[in-house]
Design a protein. Structure first.
Lengths: 289, 320
């Protein structure tokens, strides 16, 4: 896969210069010329880390990406056309906790430049055309409310209509509490859309990234024909803190990590970020139409 | 000691309940019938007043009342010839989900429901109604059995949530629920559900994707429990923040109906299902029979399409 690494590095440089995406680019990663790896504490030169697809060259820690960064890393340069950009969150329950939901949405919008926790569209991955939906953990923890549910569902429907493979990259803390029952029902809605896509013989590749938990894991994320997970990604139904409270003991090392899910039988392959494009390309060659 | 366990907001009826019980047990009860009737009328009037002013957090407490009828009670009160079917044929038999053939009115059905348990031993075995993956897999296996033989499916939802434990994660809690959501959406037989107590998040929805979904009037249904929501968004779960979270989550039957997230509310008798299990079961049975008779008119492909359309429509968002 050495050639891939070189290609990815070059592409990463190229994509960073794509203006329409760069304009929306907000960081899941701290600012500054130098950053510290949260895993091995090494001081890393930002530009070098970015060119390494935001993977720590010292310890292979995979930094969390925004949806825009992820799209840029995944698709062939210039090939991505976003769809359903105009779908915006509503506040059907006029939800208020310590802050009104509207305020939280506005703050997230300002911080990320996005309208909600997802980008969807059509693009090419290593020359194969596919429908992509990419979640954004930097927007309210990648939570799924009506917008995420609707955009996932539309992406599934588009893949079915166009007879294209579907790739969903998940990064989510789960269902969005501030839309309560509406969020819960997005789990049923997305799963039902995937049932139709499955009936139609469509290929769905689910990519689980750090973190994928709660209602997203318990709906579309776990329904891939092939499920890939990025190295060491946290993946689960309940969050580790809740589980530790329930069982009143410390959790074993590696619990709920990608490798753990592979070993317990719930993930097909654990993938290093630099190999993700070639993995997807290969699976489409085997199973796509 | 009173046979009825009173919730905090029911305190005003405690005295009346005690007087009524004493009179009922007295050897002169027959002679005091008029007085007894008078007391009962006052108690019921007071209860009616208390129950119309319930806050969402009060509703959650009614839904969790220790005397509230559970799936097993409705099976006893509503079904004939119940034949329990155990096991997921892979891992084991999760007692937190009860499955079996049953007759309800004129209908032969597959009945599936959460089980919380009543004795301490039962409650522990059932993890207080929190199912493990093998519970959801058992439910799906029995639903497929029903589909094969054209039996409609009735599910009774009553869970604080799917079990959040180490073993549940190891055995794929998320995958089990996800698969149920997908497969229930394309079952070729009628699926009718009712939230009879607690509708806690994905653990509830995991057996709750139906053509018609109802809630009993004192049940709750939401994406997260009020305590879970309070702990995250209010940073602390206590009586005050739980009550605020319960109100914000729009978790009552009325709220869910108003937002089009369920199809019907089945009114409990005054004072809640725990005071009137038989009458509540009769009302539930009536609704189930009506829905099943109606849904049986549709050919399978129409059923599946209508079910899809129903969930496809749910969502609140802008487009500009
Ligand atoms: Zn590192």
């Amino acid at each position: 896969m050495t050639t891939d690494v070189t290609t990815e590095k070059n592409l990463a440089r190229t994509w960073a210069d794509v203006p329409e995406i760069a304009a929306r680019h907000r960081r899941a990663i701290p600012e500054g010329l130098w950053i510290q790896c949260p895993s091995c504490a090494a001081s890393l030169f930002r530009r070098a880390t970015e060119n390494n697809l935001w993977v720590c060259p010292e310890c292979d820690h995979h930094f969390r990406l925004s949806a825009a960064q992820r799209v840029r890393q995944l698709v062939d340069p210039g090939s991505f056309e976003e769809i359903d950009e105009a779908i915006t969150p509503a506040d059907p329950l006029t939800f208020t906790d310590l802050k009104p939901y509207q305020q939280r949405l506005e703050a997230a919008r300002r911080a990320t430049g996005r309208r909600d926790a997802i980008i969807s569209g059509v693009g090419f991955v290593k020359g194969r055309r596919a429908v992509l939906a990419v979640m954004d953990f930097t927007f309210l923890g990648g939570s799924m409310g009506s917008v995420v549910g609707e955009k996932i569902t539309r992406a599934v429907e588009l893949a079915e209509a166009k007879n294209l493979p579907l790739i969903i990259v998940s990064a989510s803390g789960g269902a969005r509490m501030m839309e309560s029952g509406y969020s819960l029902m997005q789990m049923a809605k997305t799963a039902a859309a995937l049932a139709r896509f499955d009936d139609a013989g469509g290929l769905y590749i689910s990519v689980l990234t750090d973190p994928t938990t709660g209602g997203v894991t318990a709906s579309f994320a776990m329904l891939g024909d092939v499920i890939l997970a990025e190295k060491n990604a946290l993946i689960g139904f309940a969050g580790p803190r809740v589980i530790a409270q329930t069982i009143r003991q410390a959790l074993p090392a590696g619990f709920q990590r990608a490798e753990f899910l592979r070993d317990t039988g719930f993930v097909d392959r654990v993938v290093h970020r630099r190999d993700l494009r070639s993995e997807i390309g290969s699976i489409i060659d085997y199973a796509g139409r | 000691m009173s046979a009825i366990q009173h919730l905090p907001f029911e305190q005003p009826v405690t005295d009346l309940d005690r007087q009524i019980e004493q009179l009922e047990q007295s050897p002169t009860a027959e002679a005091l019938r008029e007085e007894l009737d008078q007391l009962r009328r006052s108690r019921d009037a007071l209860l009616a007043r208390l129950y119309t002013g319930l806050t969402p957090w009060d509703v959650v407490r009614v839904a969790r009342h220790p005397g509230r009828p559970q799936t097993a009670d409705y099976v006893r009160l509503m079904c004939r010839d119940f034949r329990e079917l155990h096991g997921d044929r892979h891992f084991g038999d999760d007692p937190a989900i009860l499955c079996g053939f049953a007759r309800i009115g004129p209908h032969k059905v597959m009945l599936i429901g959460h089980r919380k348990g009543t004795t301490t031993a039962e409650k522990i075995a059932c993890h207080f109604g929190c199912a493990h993956p093998e519970g959801y897999r058992k439910a799906l296996l029995k639903m497929r059995l029903a589909e094969k033989f054209g039996l409609p499916i009735v599910t009774l939802i009553d869970t604080p949530g799917a079990y959040p434990g180490l073993k549940a994660e190891e055995r794929g809690q998320a995958e089990a629920i996800a698969l149920n959501l997908r497969e229930m959406s394309r079952l070729r037989v009628p699926v009718v559900s009712c939230v009879i107590g607690e509708g806690g998040s994905g653990g509830a929805l995991g057996i709750g994707v139906g053509d018609r979904v109802a809630m009993l009037s004192n049940a709750w249904y939401s994406v997260i429990s009020p305590e879970g929501c309070a702990a995250i968004l209010w940073k602390e779960a206590n009586d005050r923040t739980n009550a605020q979270a319960a109100a914000s989550l729009s978790l009552t039957a009325g709220d869910n109906l108003r937002h089009g997230l369920i199809d019907a509310v089945i009114e409990e008798p005054v004072g809640g299902a725990h005071r009137h299990p038989e009458e509540t079961a009769a009302r539930l049975q009536h609704w189930l029979v009506e829905q099943l008779s109606d849904l049986k008119r549709h050919p399978p492909q129409t059923l599946v399409r209508l079910r899809y359309d129903k969930y496809r429509r749910i969502g609140a968002f802008g487009t500009g």
